[in-house]
Design a protein around this ligand. Sequence first.
Ligand code: ZN
Length: 241
Amino acid sequence: MRIAIISDIHSNLFALRAVLADIYHRHADKIICLGDVVGYGPSPNECVELIKERADICLMGNHDWAVLGNEDLAYFNTFAREAVLWTQVRMSPEAEEYLRALPFIVIENDCTYVHSAPFEPQAWTYVLNRNDAVFQFSALQTQLCFVGHTHAAGIFRQKNESYEFLIENQIYIDDQSKYIINVGSVGQPRDYDARASYGIYDREMKSFAFHRIPYDIESTQYQMQEERLPAYLVDRLSYGR
Ligand code: ZN
């Protein structure tokens, strides 16, 4: 069983299509989306439609939750708030209905899937450093946990009482360790690599690998400019190129 895990699409259809094409060529058996399908980018309805069609499971993200009107927008920065408001008035009833039904956490076999973190998923906590990870490992009931939310790909490993941050592109899953794996962002990476990010977990091979996929950044930026989305959000898509 090869499980492709994607996250933080953020209404970027060009990036999502490129990632889905790559997943298709790598023959994944299953696609899990960790949420934030919408927010920031120009194509919310198209992205929801494609995720609905292709993802086996999709989790609720904080931007999805905000677009549905459930979040106090005071917690968002100016640009994110502007994009949420822009998205709210453009969502189709079908897309809204799909987002409304998304779960906050899914536990399946040896994996926990959640947008932000396993402890109180609705608190939208960021797992940014070793201390954050130590706390989240204590709330984790499975060997593996896949998260998004920070838009920065990386792996935290717990082995006995030691905790490490791994920067490898591919790891072998060791039976004695637990892992919190951030798969990065499809539609708006913030880890100084502008390419779309996602990962594949191979249960039989006991391995996990990150994949970085180039996509047509200029076309997404052009659409965002046409829609008059904030210039800062447009520029951020090409950071690290
Ligand atoms: Zn996000």
